[in-house]
Design a protein around this ligand. Structure first.
Ligand code: SAM
Length: 250
């Protein structure tokens, strides 16, 4: 197995592939206060195994197209939606988020939790705007500094991992400069990193290593993920995922 295949294997049986929680998804939905008397067209981009897709399907009157690059995650989501009787509300699509087959003004709502960074926040805002109706909504979570200053070590780490990391006020400016109006903003609590993402991941390490005969590459995957957790524990007061909810202007 390649390293990428191992990473997918470690993450695919989990509720989420990134920080977030059902509470956060519902909080963002509540900010939107969408009508329940009309059927909405929704895209969930970078859906992973669909933790948030299932919450959206349960709480929205609409049809959700859930997009991801990796079929392993989409298979998990299809299985969950079958078990929950939600297949008429969730359609999965294996596609890259920078090459979507959608038409102009097709969607009432574009959702994306912890995934837009794959093509960059500003690039994603611009690209996906075409697929939204005027007055349609974008709800995205994105890695964000939660303080104006921070220790050099974490600043340098994120600047090399993802140079687009910024404070919320600058992310909001990018939304406004690209034809959106902010409807609401909050950032994820530490529980949404530790309780719903990191702890369940750590609980899978042992079986994952057994499944892969404790191979060198499998151990590297575990070590890399543990290093990410250690870094978060050390610097969790300085960054989180910001949840940005915005409306597309005329
Ligand atoms: N939204 C899910 C969640 O919060 O649990 C998954 C978040 S995970 C951090 C990022 C997701 O983006 C993964 O499922 C990954 O497969 C997907 N992804 C990465 N690159 C992508 C691309 N170019 N197009 C579509 N999905 C992509």
């Amino acid at each position: 197995m390649t390293e990428l295949e191992l990473i997918i294997d470690l993450h695919k049986n989990s509720e989420r592939q990134g920080p977030g929680s059902e509470n956060d998804t519902l909080k963002a939905l509540e900010i939107l206060n969408l009508p329940s008397d009309q059927k909405l067209k929704v895209a969930d981009i970078g859906c992973g195994s669909g933790g948030q897709t299932i919450s959206l399907a349960k709480n929205l009157n609409g049809q959700i197209t859930a997009v991801d690059l990796f079929p392993e995650f989409l298979n998990e989501l299809n299985q969950k939606s079958q078990n929950l009787g939600l297949t008429d509300k969730i359609l999965t699509l294996e596609k890259s988020m920078d090459d979507l087959p959608f038409t102009e003004g097709e969607f009432d709502l574009i959702w994306s939790e912890g995934a837009i960074y794959n093509i960059g926040f500003e690039n994603g805002l611009k690209k996906w705007k075409d697929y939204l109706k005027v007055g349609g909504y974008l709800a995205v979570s994105e890695i964000t500094w939660i303080t104006q200053t921070r220790p050099k070590e974490i600043e340098e780490f994120w600047k090399s991992e993802y140079p687009e990391i910024n404070v919320a006020s600058n992310k909001i400016k990018q939304l406004e400069n690209n034809g959106y109006s902010l409807v609401g903003y909050f950032y994820l609590s530490q529980d949404s990193w530790i309780e719903t993402y990191y702890k369940p991941m750590q609980a899978r390490f042992e079986n994952f290593l057994k499944r892969h005969n404790n191979s060198e590459l499998a151990r590297k995957v575990v070590e890399d993920n543990q290093a990410e957790i250690d870094l978060y524990q050390k610097f969790k007061d300085y960054y989180s995922y910001g949840f940005y909810i915005a409306r597309k202007n005329e």
